[in-house]
Every structure is written in structure tokens, then in C-alpha cells.
Design a protein around this ligand. Structure first.
Ligand SMILES: [Zn+2]
Length: 270
């Protein structure tokens, strides 16, 4: 599943190519994504010039003169820069065309979203209730301390709650908690200010390290026609149950927490 780092890498990859360019067409081969692509999408966006390429959580926003094109990659989507004439693959459901080049959405499981929002996109129902950005200034130790007071849920579940902070999926929640030395099941309300400070730093470090790792393969990611398009990384704990902790050598444990698997080291995380 594309996580925040993949979306950010995609944003950085397409920004220099589409910034300032005018959308000349939209080719819809299959409109049946998570939400149906509007029937009049081409009429709405053709002639619009891209002023900014932004990311909000895992949504990508092509901000134009009259509104924003909102794109979400869903469970399996990727956005690639292609030559408009190139033959579409089976799961290439939509192209946003800029003359002889285009952004092509490939989405085998069709959980993606392509919508047009007139005016301020932050008021769109998909975006209006999102929590703070984990790489933004609002996600501070003080903020995390405040939102965790009186919360009896495990800190991992709270980190993955997009109404609190966006874009931290299962992989990065596990990895951040390892870096912070905090168990996934630790009660959110019991965290001290120092814990919150460590965790905020760990989340940032984890996400930025992933973005850096993806940045080195940026060219391949945006331009390739490969099967997955997601970059590979090495993790401290995620998907490493039974293997030796990279820091202390203890066996990594796995536990079910909610519906998701949690991975942790009982020696490194308290
Ligand atoms: Zn360890």
C-alpha cells in the first residue's frame, strides 16, 4: 500500500514536470474507483493550469486556477509520467494529459480516488476532518501530549488515527515506536512529555528516512513501467517477527493489536 513517503516521493517526482503546465485532456478508461470519477471531469479540468503540487496526508493535490484535482492512490495505485501515446496496461484506468506527456494512474484494486474540488480543497469532505501533518510544525511534543491525555487506547492505535495525525500507517507506526523505545500497546494517556517528545522525533526521522530512501530511486519510481513502483526498505521491526533485533539481537515479537500486526523488541521498547 502506498504510504505517506511514497505519496511524497510521487509528489516530488511529478512536481517539476507538471508545474505551470495546462491540462489538455483526461482519458478515463474505467471510472469505477473508490468513488466514481465524475462524468464531467474532462470538462472541469481541461484548460486548467497547475499552480502547485501539494500533499495532504496521502492525498495529492494538483492546485489549479479554479480548484484542485484530488488524487489518492488507494491500496495499490501508482501515478507515473508517460508519453501520452504509450499503450495502456490492463489496470491503467485514467490519464491526466499535458500535451504529449501524461500522468497515468495504475490501480489494480481500484481503491484510488480522482476528484475535482472547486475552491479550497481543505474544505472537501475527504480532507476537512484530517488531523495534523506528521512532518508539519503542528505535530509537536506538546500537541501529542495534549491529545493523548485521558486516552486509554494503545499509542500505536492513536498514531494510526488519521483524525489525530495523518499518513502514519502500520509500517511507520511500528518503526517509529521502535525508534522511540515505546511499546505499541503502551496506554496513550500514560505517556510522559519526554515520551511524547521522543515519539514525535521518531515519527519524523522514520518518515524522512523513508522519503530519502525513495528519493534515491525517484527516477525509476516515476518513470518506470514496473509492476509495483514502491521502493524497498530495510525495517527495524516491521515484518521481522522471530528475527534478531538490529540493535540488541533479541528476537522481534509480534502481537495482534486491533486488526493489525504489531512488531516490537521487548528489550529495546519499554
Ligand atoms: Zn532490541
Amino acid at each position: 500500500m502506498p504510504e505517506l513517503p511514497e505519496v511524497e516521493i510521487t509528489r516530488r517526482g511529478i512536481e517539476p514536470v507538471v508545474l505551470g503546465r495546462t491540462i489538455t485532456g483526461v482519458t478515463v478508461r474505467n471510472p469505477n474507483l473508490r468513488q466514481r470519477v465524475p462524468r464531467d471531469i474532462a470538462r472541469l479540468v481541461v484548460g486548467q493550469r497547475v499552480k502547485r503540487v501539494l500533499r495532504r496526508g496521502k492525498y495529492m493535490l494538483l492546485e489549479c486556477d479554479a480548484g484542485s484535482l484530488i488524487v489518492h492512490l488507494g491500496m495499490s495505485g501508482s501515478l507515473r509520467l508517460i508519453e501520452t501515446r504509450s499503450q495502456p496496461h490492463k489496470h491503467d484506468h485514467l490519464d491526466i494529459v499535458f500535451g504529449d506527456s501524461a500522468l497515468r494512474l495504475r490501480d489494480p484494486r481500484r481503491f484510488g480516488v480522482v476528484l475535482w474540488s472547486r475552491g479550497d480543497p481543505s474544505r472537501h469532505p475527504l480532507l476537512s476532518r484530517l488531523g495534523v501533518e506528521p512532518l508539519g510544525e503542528q505535530f509537536s511534543a506538546e500537541f501529542l501530549y495534549r491529545v493523548t491525555r485521558g486516552r486509554n487506547v494503545g499509542i500505536k492505535q492513536l498514531l494510526m488515527n488519521a483524525g489525530v495525525v495523518v499518513g502514519i500507517g502500520n509500517i511507520y507506526a511500528n518503526e517509529s515506536l521502535f525508534r522511540a523505545g515505546i511499546r505499541p500497546r503502551a496506554r496513550a494517556g500514560r505517556l510522559s512529555r519526554a515520551h511524547c517528545a521522543r515519539l514525535v522525533s521518531a515519527v519524523r526521522e522514520t518518515l524522512l528516512a523513508a522519503i530519502d530512501a525513495g528519493g534515491s530511486s525517484l527516477r525509476d519510481f516515476v518513470h518506470s513501467d514496473g509492476a509495483s513502483g514502491y521502493f524497498q526498505q530495510s525495517y527495524y521491526v516491521y515484518d521481522r517477527a522471530g528475527l534478531a533485533c538490529r540493535v540488541c539481537g533479541s528476537a522481534i515479537r509480534i502481537a495482534r493489536l486491533g486488526s493489525r500486526s504489531s512488531f516490537f523488541c521487548t528489550a529495546c521498547q519499554k
